[in-house]
Design a protein around this ligand. Structure first.
Ligand code: EPU
Length: 416
């Protein structure tokens, strides 16, 4: 299993380009199941999770051609409706084939994802929404089995804001008969990007980006071209690295308008930030100031940026209070950060972090994707050498992270 070795110390300088967003690419790849022509995607990040999703779609019979950041998909010859446990267990986002399969082919059999390191993460809202649209659903032998002649538009009010839940139901509704209204919908930019791709395929969707999405079902969707939006979490991770380590970096290929909560917190931490249409320049000349934050659905502070800010707080001046409201078990990085000398007290869903001028390098273990990103940032400001084990978590969601950081002057290498 690969590891990362990092020698801490020294500011970051230079330019780094952000890849396409993992959490937009994954649902948009699944949207290919809905169309009867080729879906041509650009800016698809080269990540482990994307490869897993493509493998799953190919197993269903989708033809895919991939060259670099371009992926062309064609669902003309679907041969299976089943997403097996072996694939779903490695990537929860596989549940995103459920809505498209049942909407287009009238049948789906998708393994239940089960729990994961950051929390229980049930999919009851996906199931309830599809049932409300007329799908007959049984959960048997660990699989969700769904059938429907044709889904019917309906009024759905989700119990909580769910990103992939909203995406699954929005995709299903594009081919349903009549109008579907999703209330309490997720407003994440990735939902809006999916809606953009679906509209290019001929779907009639209004209100994406608000908490009320209205979809008029159509008989058929076609092929289309779409460029996947920039990864706001990857961009935010580089910015946090500079906030912790100091220096001056230009982040290109970004969409700053999707990152207001993150940028606000970085300014509070003392970073100087300049924005252009698709770039962000960050300069940090002193030790950061600790920030308080509370995760929330978009446009609130993203849970996917929580671990990275915890790492910044570990070396900040003052005490920062971090409250996690989305997932019940997303503080595992705190224990690993403590191994690097961080002072963190956890009470329930709140972590109180007292900043220290220095951390000290050690061997730590990545527990999930964003936790790994937090550990990389901490490793870059720790004295001496830090080794991060189990970085396959990192490879699921960051494209060549160590290469990109090395280009900014970080002493980081992969050990195979
Ligand atoms: N929830 C339910 N029932 C459901 C759906 C969700 O109880 O049917 C709960 C979850 O357990 C959680 C909350 O609702 O407590 C919100 O979960 P959500 O459904 O929004 O999460 P998700 O769609 O499974 C996506 C991202 C995550 C990101 C979250 C929150 C993708 C593929 N994944 O997950 O990304 O943390 O939204 O913003 O879009 C990551 O990239 O590292 C990652 C974990």
């Amino acid at each position: 299993m690969d590891k990362l070795r990092i020698k801490g110390g020294g500011p970051l300088r230079g330019e780094v380009k952000v890849s396409g967003a993992k959490n937009a690419a994954l649902p948009i790849l699944c949207a290919a199941l809905l169309g009867s022509g080729e879906l041509e995607l650009d800016n698809v990040p080269q990540l482990h999770d994307v490869a897993t999703m493509i493998r799953l779609l190919e197993q269903l019979g989708v033809r895919t051609v991939r060259s670099g950041e371009r992926v062309v998909l064609d669902a003309a010859a679907i041969s299976s409706h089943e997403a097996p446990y072996e694939l779903v267990k490695t990537m929860r986002a596989s549940i995103l084939v459920l809505g498209p399969l049942v909407a287009r082919f009238g049948a789906a059999r998708v393994s239940l994802p089960g729990g994961c390191a950051i929390g229980q993460r049930p999919v009851d809202q996906h199931i309830k929404g599809l049932q409300a649209m007329g799908a007959e659903i049984h959960v048997e032998h660990g699989y969700v089995e769904a059938r429907a002649r044709r889904l019917r538009g309906t009024h759905i009010f989700t119990d909580m804001v769910t990103v992939t839940g909203t995406e699954n139901l929005m995709m299903a509704a594009t081919l349903a008969e009549g109008e579907t209204v999703i209330e309490n919908a997720a407003r994440e930019p990735e939902v809006t990007d999916l809606a953009r791709a679906l509209r290019a395929m001929g779907a009639l969707i209004e209100g994406a980006g608000t908490d009320r999405i209205v979809i008029q079902g159509v008989e058929k969707l076609s092929g289309a071209s779409h460029r996947v939006m920039a990864d706001r979490i990857e961009a935010g991770t580089f910015l946090c690295a500079v906030a912790a380590a100091g220096g001056e970096v230009l982040v290109t290929g970004a969409q700053p308008e999707t990152m207001e909560a993150t940028l606000g917190k970085l300014r509070e931490a003392g970073a100087r930030i300049e924005l252009g249409k698709d770039w962000i320049r960050i300069a940090m000349s002193a030790r950061p100031r600790a920030v308080d934050l509370r995760t929330a659905p978009y446009p609130g502070f993203a849970t996917d940026m929580q671990a990275q800010f915890m790492a910044v707080n570990c070396v900040a001046q003052g005490v920062g209070k971090i409250t996690e409201t989305i997932f019940e078990n997303r503080f595992m990085h705190a224990l690993e950060l403590q191994r690097l000398g961080a002072e963190i007290a956890i009470e329930g869903n709140t972590a109180v972090v007292k900043g220290h001028p220095e951390l000290s390098g050690a061997t730590v273990m990545a527990t999930d994707l964003r936790a790994s990103a937090g550990l990389v940032i901490a490793g870059m400001v720790a004295q001496g050498e830090t080794v991060i084990e189990r970085i396959y978590h990192l490879d699921r969601g960051y494209e060549r992270m160590e290469e990109k950081l090395r280009a900014l002057g970080a002493a980081i290498e992969r050990i195979s």
